[in-house]
Design a protein around this ligand. Structure first.
Ligand SMILES: Nc1nc2c(c(=O)[nH]1)N[C@H]1C(S)=C(S)[C@@H](COP(=O)(O)OP(=O)(O)OC[C@H]3O[C@@H](n4cnc5c(=O)[nH]c(N)nc54)[C@H](O)[C@@H]3O)O[C@H]1N2
Ligand SMILES: Nc1nc2c(c(=O)[nH]1)N[C@H]1C(S)=C(S)[C@@H](COP(=O)(O)OP(=O)(O)OC[C@H]3O[C@@H](n4cnc5c(=O)[nH]c(N)nc54)[C@H](O)[C@@H]3O)O[C@H]1N2
Ligand code: SF4
Ligand SMILES: [Mo]
Length: 865
């Protein structure tokens, strides 16, 4: 029998549920009930050296209610990655509404979540006071006891110090809710700084599910984060490609910019198993079978290369395509292979007119001959001091790989008709420059790294990297990188959890996957993880292997969690800290990412409401905790204003001025394209890669035993890889974000929940009919790993064997009588109970939340609503 979880199963609608006789205490009761204040004074609490909550630079950030009149203040909605420019209205001291601010570069529209801001701010279940667990972790009632901030932070600091002393700082992991789904962008750099200065290489931010593909996987191609930081230049794009990305749900500022781009004639190509809004408006919609995106990208590239639809001069000059690859070893041929005194660091290409090899020197960024003379195709026999060696150009190898994915073969693998493959290839080429974005649809896959490289290859073929209308590193307001760079390096830096298994994966950059975290806690491998410091995150709803995760979190020696609400993950903490929402705290934002204009705006977002109870911003918590951990030197001794001034230093902006001008300041920035071609002392800046070129062929991947070219691999939990499972689980399962809620949040906000009362799963009418399922029926979704419930929604735009679920359902909404869902039970709706960590991307550890096998049946005991 599953445990009861009072905080999300409450269904009462009475005004004061805490007073009902016989009802178990929930955190909401404890923190909200009058008289609950049981602040204990610890001996020596006021002694020097203890954490004092009040610290400099804090008082004036507090929200002060305006007079009784109505006031409107410009700001941005921080609830998701879009950070839409907004105007907040405060009436009689109460934040009452949020509207778009068309004068703001991201202020063209607001979504329902942003408009529900006041409901979030004044929600009765918000955490209000620090809480301490008084009962063991297995107990259904954690026995939360209200404590003071000083006690909570002192306890936290002393436990963390003890763990670091006993087991090393790597035994403490930190976690942070993704800045795409929350306002954690406000504090992300500071949380990272805390993690690194504490000495932990283990920051858990869902990187393996969200970020790896956009920031790191394409690093093996460009040496730069594309499309994560080299964003689509939608204002100037000729062709926009959205691959597994739906900005209408995910990033409104991109959605509005796309509509504007289409109005001025840009073409749109969408790759998605579902006919989303952008797909409806697209010039081409490619309805791919989930997880087969790699084959589709290679097939499109194959058509482009076959037809000569690629930017030859760009590929010759700026990619490693002309370099010769040894057929015997797969390594790039070097000058040292050709002659005894040759340089191992210089590579070799083929001079076509002269019919002989020519040397490329990465240090000078030059070939011996004009790049126009370099062969892009062909196989060449060369003499070396140790005998003859056969070589092919890297581009020839890439082309050959792509050619094996003929449109016919792509159709049979992906379900996308051959004509559509050709049509897409033509559009990408003829309407270039190509601006692309690829996100969740392809990041939660067992082949995520190579899918990202295969899509990146399309951008390379069109020569759109950092080109006007392509994927561009927009100019940025100068500011020091405060999160990780420039910090003193420990003598022997601790090794990240996953480095041994995945040396090129997220661990290499200091990020741990949840699978690695759980293993560290439960199996103490490669070493024991004993502590966790969580800033948001709801690991047990957001990640697979839920039950193992629950076991792991319960086994921690110490877990502190800071959040807006109690969630099923936080329920396993020892200390829970209440966090002010983005509407209740101050935050500095330098640049709004999506366009050069957006990048030029600096805004100091001011609070428009007081935080509930004693809630504090994450940034304040980080700074005070850092001081308590003896890291004050890295945190301006707790003075946040001093930190902001440091960030503003290079731009010369005044913090006080920004505080008085919530609309923000514009900093003149110059947009420059093709910055890789800039020369310093006659040497082009080029690319941050071993060959200093875009690497279509990656020796780095090869050296670690991975395919050097983008390669397609069937989804590991799919009909081809697992024929043994297909009879029992004949349907292909993927999922998508909810337009009304961010990830596992917001189900408790009445204006949103009213529009979506229950979790749903979309399936094709023919799949439904075969199973006797009608629209609205409660069904069970079953995979080899688990089973959960949802209501059937019919969608005839899906391939007939594809179904699409939703994750993140647990929270109740009492105001509209909507239930909560048991997070650990098949009677609940926690989608991630369906997903295991057994089959993952070998390079990154990405987990296939977006391509699995399942069966759907009518639920045996339908819920009463
Ligand atoms: N409203 C809302 N906005 C959000 C969030 C939210 O939860 N709700 N979350 C925020 C976060 S954290 C993120 S990461 C972003 C994500 O933003 P997106 O990446 O746009 O997220 P989704 O809409 O879930 O996924 C995009 C598309 O991928 C498709 N898809 C599913 N499987 C596959 C596949 O195998 N291949 C391909 N090509 N496509 C597939 C889905 O049908 C969906 O239309 O949104 C952010 N913004
Ligand atoms: N099946 C499936 N699983 C997925 C996904 C999917 O599409 N399908 N998406 C994946 C992706 S892309 C991501 S990014 C992850 C997201 O997973 P999580 O990082 O867990 O994100 P959320 O569920 O949005 O929020 C977690 C908690 O953060 C709290 N929070 C919100 N804002 C703040 C804040 O400013 N400060 C603090 N301290 N806490 C805050 C919320 O109240 C909530 O309790 O989930 C991943 N899991
Ligand atoms: S898309 Fe919605 S939630 Fe996200 S920032 Fe804009 S208004 Fe806020
Ligand atoms: Mo995400």
């Amino acid at each position: 029998m599953s445990r009861a979880h009072p905080c999300w199963l409450v269904r009462e609608t009475s005004a004061d549920p805490g007073r009902q006789p016989g009802r178990r205490t929930s955190h909401a009761d404890v923190i909200g009930a009058p008289g609950a204040r049981r602040r204990r004074t610890l001996p020596g609490q006021h002694a020097e050296g203890l954490l004092r909550w009040q610290h400099h630079g804090q008082g004036h950030r507090r929200w002060r209610p305006a007079a009784r009149h109505r006031s409107a203040s410009p700001r941005n909605c921080a609830l998701c990655v879009s950070r839409c420019g907004a105007i907040a209205t405060v009436e009689g001291g109460r934040f009452v509404r949020l509207d778009p601010d068309p004068s703001h570069p991201t202020g063209q529209a607001l979504c329902a979540k942003g408009r529900a801001g006041p409901e979030l701010v004044y929600h009765r279940d918000r955490l209000k006071y620090p809480l301490r667990r008084t009962r063991p972790k297995g107990d259904p009632d954690p026995g939360w006891q209200r404590i003071g901030w000083d006690e909570a932070l002192e306890l936290t600091a002393s436990r963390l110090r003890a763990l670091a002393a006993e087991s090393g700082p790597e035994s403490v992991a930190f976690s942070l809710v993704s800045p795409s789904t929350s306002a954690s962008d406000d504090s992300m750099a500071w949380v990272e700084r805390l993690t690194r200065t504490f000495g932990s290489p283990n920051l858990v931010v869902a990187m393996e599910l969200c970020g790896w593909g956009r920031y790191f996987a394409t690093g093996f191609t460009f040496g730069a984060p594309v499309p994560g930081r080299y964003l689509p230049d939608l204002e100037n794009a000729g062709c926009i490609l959205f691959w597994g990305y739906n900005p209408n749900h995910a990033r409104l500022s991109h959605a509005t910019a796309t509509i504007a781009a289409q109005k001025r004639g840009a073409r749109l190509v969408v790759v998605d198993p579902r006919r989303t809004e952008p797909a409806r408006r697209a010039d081409a919609w490619l309805r791919v079978r989930p997880g087969t995106d790699g084959a589709l990208a290679l097939g499109i590239a194959g058509v482009m290369i076959e037809r000569g639809w690629f930017d030859e001069p760009f590929i010759r000059e700026w990619t490693n395509g002309p370099l010769l690859v040894r057929s015997d070893t797969g390594r790039l041929l070097t000058e040292a292979d050709l002659s005894e005194g040759g340089d191992r660091g210089r590579y070799v290409a083929w001079d076509r007119p002269a019919g002989r090899p020519t040397v490329y020197d990465p240090a000078r960024g030059r070939y011996e001959v004009d790049s126009a003379d370099l062969a892009l195709f062909g196989e060449y026999a060369l003499e070396t001091p140790t005998g003859g060696v056969h070589c092919r150009t890297a581009f020839d190898l890439a082309a050959a790989r792509c050619r094996t994915y003929s449109p016919e073969r792509v159709e049979s693998i992906t379900g996308v008709e051959r004509g559509e493959v050709e049509h897409a290839a033509r559009l990408l080429w003829e309407a270039r420059p190509l601006a692309y974005y690829a996100w969740s649809g392809v990041e939660m896959q067992t082949n995520a790294t190579q899918i990202a490289r295969a899509i990146a290859q399309l951008s390379v073929l069109t020569g759109s990297f950092d080109a006007r209308g392509g994927n561009v590193l927009f100019p940025a307001i100068p500011t020091p990188v405060v999160g990780s760079q420039g910090l003193p390096q420990p003598e022997r830096p601790a090794v990240g959890l996953g480095v041994a298994e995945r040396p090129l994966g997220p661990a290499r950059w200091g990020f741990a996957t949840t699978d690695e975290l759980y293993r560290g806690i439960l199996d103490r491998k490669p070493y024991a993880v004993r502590g966790l410091v969580g800033f948001g995150t709801n690991l047990l709803l957001s990640h697979g292997d839920v039950l193992r995760g629950r076991e792991a979190l319960a086994a921690l020696d110490f877990y502190v969690h800071a959040d807006l609400f109690m969630n099923p993950t936080a329920e396993l903490a020892d200390i829970v800290l209440p966090v002010a929402s983005g509407f209740e705290r101050e935050a500095l934002k330098l640049g709004f990412e999506v366009s050069p204009e957006a990048q030029s705006l600096v805004q100091l977002r001011r609070p428009v409401a007081a935080p509930p109870g004693e809630a504090r911003s994450d940034t304040e918590i980080v700074f005070v905790l850092a001081v308590g951990l003896g890291l004050g030197d890295h945190f301006w001794q707790g003075n946040i204003d001093a930190a902001y001034r440091r960030q503003l230093g290079p731009s010369g902006l005044s913090l006080d001025w920004l505080r008085d001008h919530p609309e923000g300041a514009r900093v003149a920035l110059e947009t420059r394209y093709r910055k890789f071609a800039d020369e310093v002392d006659g040497v082009p800046v080029s690319f941050d890669m071993p060959t200093r070129k875009i690497e279509l062929y990656s020796e780095t991947l090869l050296a670690h035993g991975y395919p050097p070219l983008p390669e397609y691999q069937e989804p590991l939990v799919g009909p081809v890889s697992r024929p043994d499972l297909v009879e029992r689980y004949p349907l292909i399962l993927t999922c998508t974000k909810h337009t009304l809620f961010c990830e596992s949040q917001h189900r408790a906000l009445p204006s949103l929940r009213r529009k979506a009362m229950d979790p749903e799963v979309e399936l094709h009418p023919s799949a439904a009919a075969k199973r006797g399922i009608a629209a609205g029926d409660w069904v069970s979704i079953e995979t080899p790993d688990g089973s959960v419930r949802a209501r059937a929604r019919l969608n005839d735009t899906l391939q007939p064997d594809v179904v699409c679920g939703q994750h993140g359902w647990w929270q109740a909404c009492r105001d509209v009588g909507a239930p909560g869902y048991e997070p650990f039970s098949p009677d609940g709706a926690n989608y991630n109970l369906l997903i295991g960590n057994g089959a993952i991307d070998p390079i990154s550890g990405s987990v296939p939340h977006r391509a699995y096998l399942c069966e759907i049946r009518l639920a045996e005991h339908p819920r009463d609503r």
